[in-house]
Design a protein. Structure first.
Length: 86
């Protein structure tokens, strides 16, 4: 593993971990009022594209980080749809 891939993993850990408190908070409180569905949908699409790009570039840091982030953002979208105004 080269230095640039290590840098990628460091960035991956920080950016991926930043979503986990929001997912946990939303799950516990079921308050989705501050979540924007269009933003989450656009972000999910972008992260999915980064994931695919990481596969093609054979970059473990991109694949792992974006794979985990896809799950996190998908959960937020699910919570927004489930707990949003009915």
């Amino acid at each position: 593993m080269n230095g640039i891939e290590i840098l990628g993993f460091a960035a991956a850990v920080l950016t991926t971990a930043s979503f986990l408190p929001q997912v946990y908070q939303t799950w516990k409180t079921k308050d989705v009022s501050a979540l924007s569905l269009p933003m989450l949908t656009m972000f999910l699409t972008g992260i999915t594209l980064w994931f695919i790009y990481g596969i093609y570039k054979d970059s473990p840091s991109l694949v792992i980080a974006n794979g985990i982030t896809i799950v996190s953002v998908f959960l937020l979208v699910y919570f927004k749809l489930k707990y949003g105004k009915k």
